[in-house]
Design a protein around this ligand. Sequence first.
Ligand SMILES: Nc1nc2c(ncn2[C@@H]2O[C@H](COP(=O)(O)OP(=O)(O)O)[C@@H](O)[C@H]2O)c(=O)[nH]1
Ligand SMILES: [Mg+2]
Ligand SMILES: [Zn+2]
Length: 308
Amino acid sequence: MKTGIVIKSVGSRYRVLFSDGSTADCLLRGKMRVRDVQTTNPVAVGDNVIVDPDRDEKTGLITDILDRKNYLLRKASNLSKQSQIIAANLDQLLLMLTIILPETRIEFIDRILATAEAYRIPASLIFNKTDLYGHDETMEMENLISVYSAIGYYCLSLSLTKGTGLEEMKEIMKGKISLISGNSGVGKTTLLNILDPSLKLKTAEISDYHKQGKHITTFPEMHKLPFGGFAIDTPGIRGFGVVDLERNEIYHFFPEIFKTSKHCKYHNCLHLDEPGCAVRKAVELGEINSSRYRSYLSILNDENTKYR
Ligand SMILES: Nc1nc2c(ncn2[C@@H]2O[C@H](COP(=O)(O)OP(=O)(O)O)[C@@H](O)[C@H]2O)c(=O)[nH]1
Ligand SMILES: [Mg+2]
Ligand SMILES: [Zn+2]
């Protein structure tokens, strides 16, 4: 028996990396107890698994999954009740975004951050393509950096084309399992290729964005970084729904709203139009950013948000 970490799913097989650097493509043992029947994939990248290797050690059977520190889910499809585990045991989520080409919507940022909070995964904001920014874009980035750092999110600006910010980027990724998320076209794959030139992953031309289908079912792959740690790219994943939340729980995942909510008159305040709501007051006073509050309302009122 050996312990390893799942780095890729290949059909019904899972590629497992062992501490000596070797890998094996493994099937799940038929009788393996699967804890969560609501997911389409019982094993995901980042899972630590016990493997019973075959003779040649190139294949084997996964006989058990070790307890997960955390995991991220997305709904398998809009109609499905099932969800897919995107990845497990994440140390951090790095949300890559760009002010232009493409423009990243604030609500998209806040949805991803709230999801990370819900799954207790520390998140940082990585602003890429700064080489394309003029005065207005730079101002907008600085504004977002001040909003999000005040809440407690680490922010970094980057130009992968010029290489600025790259050393800081390596520093925060070193020795950790990082999920790189963000809209298509922001530079996620470019980053991985720079961190490990041997990967030679395919990057997309900007004109290709619209060609990307809505229901790409590719599974994420985990790449070992030459300086230690792993990075998971999320191709075709446009965002992850905030799944399995109570309606009155959403604001827990907006740290600054949660903090202020302790001063609301009613303990079950949803911060809509209840009397004595400290959150609304803080928004009026500019202590809570109004776009963050709008994102909160939008998640709360989104019929696609699945409530328990
Ligand atoms: N100008 C500029 N272009 C970049 C930068 N980083 C990536 N790109 C380009 O943006 C496009 C999309 O990058 P890609 O890595 O495929 O994005 P992904 O969809 O997030 O994986 C490619 O043409 C890259 O060459 C950057 O810092 N500046
Ligand atoms: Mg990509
Ligand atoms: Zn309130």
